[in-house]
Design a protein around this ligand. Structure first.
Ligand code: NAP
Length: 490
């Protein structure tokens, strides 16, 4: 990728706060740098929102709520559809921007443009399908009317790992439902959100409907916004500890909440599985986004009769993964997001090895500038190892073994998380049993990627509350009203 492309794309990113339809400096004029994790170099600096800027954004969202909530569903749909078209037109630039600020290989960024863009198209189609119902009460004396209404101004917090998709998965259903929003992107990756906000403007979104406030002071900016009674909803994607804290704050204002939190996905390979398909699925489920996905398989739980063969085949594939800057041709493993991510992966690998795991390949930091960790396969990982309890968020495979279906289910469910599970089996009845027995919000049955705009994404247990995408996604931004009327024949 040519250096001129990089500077042109970076030059196209608006770097202010978007509040009430205008791009502004932060109060006090502070800015912060956004860096490329593959080089450590500064890409560009953006306005650093202060707590008062969060409230100004809420002022704008609250002022725009009534008129946006009353626009026709078709006009809201048109804004989303037009934004989707603009994302398609600028797909190369958006993909490059994501790779620059987050590090993932360019091919994966293109994949995210398709996936993340699809939420705009899906919810442009859902905007015109919000329905209610009309019914006769059992006594026949009354008529019940059930209608759906926008929840009101929403505060949307997104993580750094999928800079486009995590934003569109919230903005699109909120706008489709008739809600105005304030988006607080992750400090590490605000550029994609800012760029897409500009596309929304080009698509005709009215002033105040979409506000974007990057900041280095997430906690200080968020607290007063959540405490303000004009806000009606919090939607958060990020880690479980931060989610728990935000739920506590949201309780003070009895806010509607959607929480997409951490995971600890089991990847179960039964003895009857198609092993090549399982290895293919494992490569996707583990190494997509350099392992930095909430859906990343964290624990490979493999039947003892096929574990050696599975681990050997997987190791062979892992050995061939090209490491490098995400913009370079053919790279599959880019950098981890920062030093803390490297240290975490190192600590988890060390603990597993000290407890008896064998290292088939990899195991540490790559000796080159940037924050690179070599793809790693650990085998015979022992129960009690930290790596089995902690979301790894890096390119490390941890294989352990089981001997019976009951044991596999027990191991899979032995976690406070419940986002996604992967199961590989050729036995249909066993697959169906897994659907019923695994404590999980989503399942990949003989597939390694489950994300799709048409499907309800979300978890159970400490992986979250609510669903994004699918028919369910828009209902997170609608409130139900019921009206009783007398029978017209009384
Ligand atoms: P994180 O540290 O929880 O941060 C997520 C977002 O919350 C960021 O925008 C962050 O801002 C903000 N934040 C942090 N502390 C805050 C506070 N006190 N008040 C308000 N906002 C606050 O998570 P992350 O490291 O970015 O993302 C990785 C985590 O997200 C993993 O656990 C992963 O599983 C989870 N995730 C879940 C899903 C899902 O759909 N379930 C999808 C993707 C990721 P700053 O950037 O400024 O710190």
């Amino acid at each position: 990728m040519a250096a001129e492309d990089e500077s042109r794309v970076l030059g196209d990113v608006p770097t202010g706060l978007l509040i009430g339809g205008s791009w502004q400096d932060a109060t006090g004029g502070e800015r912060f740098d956004v860096t490329d994790p593959s080089t450590g170099k500064v890409l560009v600096s953006v306005a650093d929102g202060r707590p008062e800027d969060g409230i100004r954004a809420l002022d704008a969202a609250a002022a725009a709520q009534e008129s946006w909530g009353r626009t026709s569903p078709r006009s809201r749909s048109d804004v989303l559809r037009r934004t989707w078209e603009l994302v398609q037109e600028r797909k190369d630039d958006i993909a490059l921007l994501m790779t620059l600020e987050m590090g993932k290989p360019l091919a994966e960024s293109h994949g995210e443009v398709t996936y993340g863009g699809e939420f705009l198209r899906w919810f442009s189609e859902e905007a015109v399908r919000i329905t209610g119902r009309y019914g006769v009460n059992p006594e026949g004396t009354g008529r019940t009317i059930v209608s759906q209404h926008p929840v009101g101004p929403c505060y949307l917090i997104t993580p750094w790992n999928f800079p486009l998709a995590m934003a569109t998965r919230k903005i699109a259903p909120a706008l489709a439902a008739g809600c105005t929003v304030i988006v607080k992107p992750a400090e590490l990756t605000p550029l994609t959100t800012l760029y897409v906000a500009k596309l929304f403007e080009e698509a005709g979104v009215p002033a105040g409907v979409l506000n974007v406030v990057p900041t280095t002071k997430a906690g200080a900016l968020t607290e007063p916004v959540l405490a303000d009674s004009r806000l009606r909803k919090l939607s958060f994607t990020g880690s479980t500890p931060v989610g728990v804290k935000l739920l506590q704050q949201a309780a003070g204002n009895v806010l509607r909440t959607s929480m997409e939190l951490g995971g600890n996905a089991p990847f179960i390979v039964f003895e009857d599985a198609d092993l090549d398909a399982a290895v293919e699925g494992a490569m996707l489920a583990k190494f997509r986004n350099i392992g930095q996905a909430c859906t990343a398989s964290n624990r490979f739980v493999v039947h003892e009769s096929v574990a050696d063969e599975f681990a050997a085949k997987l190791t062979e594939r892992v050995q061939a993964l090209p490491i490098g800057r995400g913009t370079d041709e053919g790279v599959r493993i880019g950098p981890l997001i920062n030093e803390a991510a490297i240290e975490k992966a190192e600590r988890l690998v060390k603990d597993a090895v000290e407890r008896g795991a064998t290292e088939r390949i990899g195991g540490g930091r790559v000796d080159r500038p940037g924050t690179f960790f070599s793809p790693t396969v650990l085998d015979h990982v022992k129960p009690g190892s930290d790596i089995l309890k902690t979301e790894i968020f890096g390119p490390v495979v941890a294989v352990s073994r089981f001997s019976s279906e009951e044991e596999a289910v027990r191991i899979a469910n032995d976690t406070e998380f419940g986002l996604v599970s992967y199961v590989f089996t050729r036995d249909l009845a066993r697959g169906q049993r897994m659907i019923e027995l695994l404590e999980t919000g989503m399942m990949g049955l003989n597939v390694g990627v489950i994300s799709n705009a048409s499907a309800p994404f979300g978890g159970v247990k400490q992986s979250g509350v609510g669903r994004e995408g699918g028919f369910e996604g828009i209902h997170e931004y609608l409130s139900t009203k019921y009206t009783m009327t007398p029978s017209p024949f009384a």
